[in-house]
Design a protein around this ligand. Sequence first.
Ligand SMILES: CC(=O)SCCNC(=O)CCNC(=O)[C@H](O)C(C)(C)COP(=O)(O)OP(=O)(O)OC[C@H]1O[C@@H](n2cnc3c(N)ncnc32)[C@H](O)[C@@H]1OP(=O)(O)O
Ligand SMILES: O=C(O)CCC(=O)C(=O)O
Ligand SMILES: [Zn+2]
Length: 442
Amino acid sequence: MSSQEFEQVTESTSGPARPNPYGPNPSDYLSNVQNFELIDSTLREGEQFANAFYSTETKIEIAKALDAFGVDYIELTSPVASEQSRKDCEAICKLGLKAKILTHIRCHMDDARVAVETGVDGVDVVIGTSKFLRKFSHGKDMNYIAKNAIEVIEFVKSKGIEIRFSSEDSFRSDLVDLLNIYKTVDKIGVNRVGIADTVGCANPRQVYELVRTLKSVVSCDIECHFHNDTGCAIANAYTALEGGAKLIDVSVLGIGERNGITPLGGLMARMIVAAPEYVKSKYKLHKIRDIENLVAEAVEVNIPFNNPITGFCAFTHKAGIHAKAILANPSTYEILDPHDFGMKRYIHFANRLTGWNAIKSRVDQLNLNLSDDQVKEVTTKIKKLGDIRPLNIDDVDSIIKDFHAEVATPRLAGGKDVSSQDVNDIDINEPATKKVKTESAN
Ligand SMILES: CC(=O)SCCNC(=O)CCNC(=O)[C@H](O)C(C)(C)COP(=O)(O)OP(=O)(O)OC[C@H]1O[C@@H](n2cnc3c(N)ncnc32)[C@H](O)[C@@H]1OP(=O)(O)O
Ligand SMILES: O=C(O)CCC(=O)C(=O)O
Ligand SMILES: [Zn+2]
């Protein structure tokens, strides 16, 4: 049964109920929570992940998968990074994908001249504006940055290609410098300006304030890029949208420099709660698992156990109190419906935290007939063994079947015992994780 089939339980409030309590707040009148776009940078920021090496074929496969998912833009490594990077950029541009293809360059004419010849739909230009980067990276002052930015932007625009200007390390840059450079590039007609939390230092409140301030001085769209060093990348992306940013940079599994950026899957988990219709109609959420597996394999990492949506236990419920409520109504302990992502929910009942309601569900799955009191008795036996050692599904099934053989008459016609074949029919997707699907909850 899907969670949608249950009546929505709402708290009684004094004022008029908001249709979706997790949706955009009416006071965020510039919010793009229900109108955002994704720039996937798995093939740019993601290539900066320590483990990443992409062959041309892998890049093409990832680009096609992202396109099929429905990202709005795909950002590629600078064509000046290497000869093969340029060729791969050209090859991806020729695929005829629906997503617009971007490449990412320094704020320099040498890079811009190469970028516009690759066939990209847009160029993302970046230059550091913080005192750290101005002193230790490129060594240029704000006047030089503005002069170069104008030259690069006008050149790219003259080729009929989209152009975005971004200030690297925005949150450690001087606000007056920032607003001045953004105003300058907005005036000459950039498609977007970008805010980048390059070192992952920003918190959601700072993000909201900077986006709102910037929104009041530029007329173009605002893109945001958040690193996850302090664990705020998804929250910052969401808050940026609340403040009026339109585009968020993501990568599959969040891969990027150091511990990476806002992950595509994690952001989708956040956004489906806030804007379910928009997210479900725009993005092919069932493809997230395959895309993550594709990228995980390409960069030789495992999907983290606690990954939103696709972590092996993201929809697994264990404690007896949780299991009982989930069996009655999945919305009790789930804000996400696994079916929206082509996933299943599981009840992990083979442990000492289980309760009789979960065990009753298993008894029903095994097609056995026990009274509630009998289920409670067998639950006690299971918990006793669970106090001694970790359990697996076979342990629990054996205890149930032995108990049933002692106390009950088999439910099946002709007094036939439940055979192992019956048990094997139950969908146990990942036996190694000791999980079992409970049909009644799905
Ligand atoms: C925060 C980010 O992720 S930004 C994107 C990072 N992406 C990349 O670095 C792409 C991969 N990079 C590369 O392949 C190489 O670094 C290249 C081809 C871009 C440059 O290589 P090199 O010429 O050997 O220079 P190197 O990497 O050592 O240093 C960077 C140079 O770019 C300059 N620079 C750095 N940022 C910028 C910028 N945003 N705009 C203009 N110039 C810049 C630096 O001053 C330095 O110049 P220098 O040659 O005068 O010292
Ligand atoms: O181009 C941008 O906006 C972001 C560049 C980047 O990767 C960063 O600043 O972390
Ligand atoms: Zn980055």
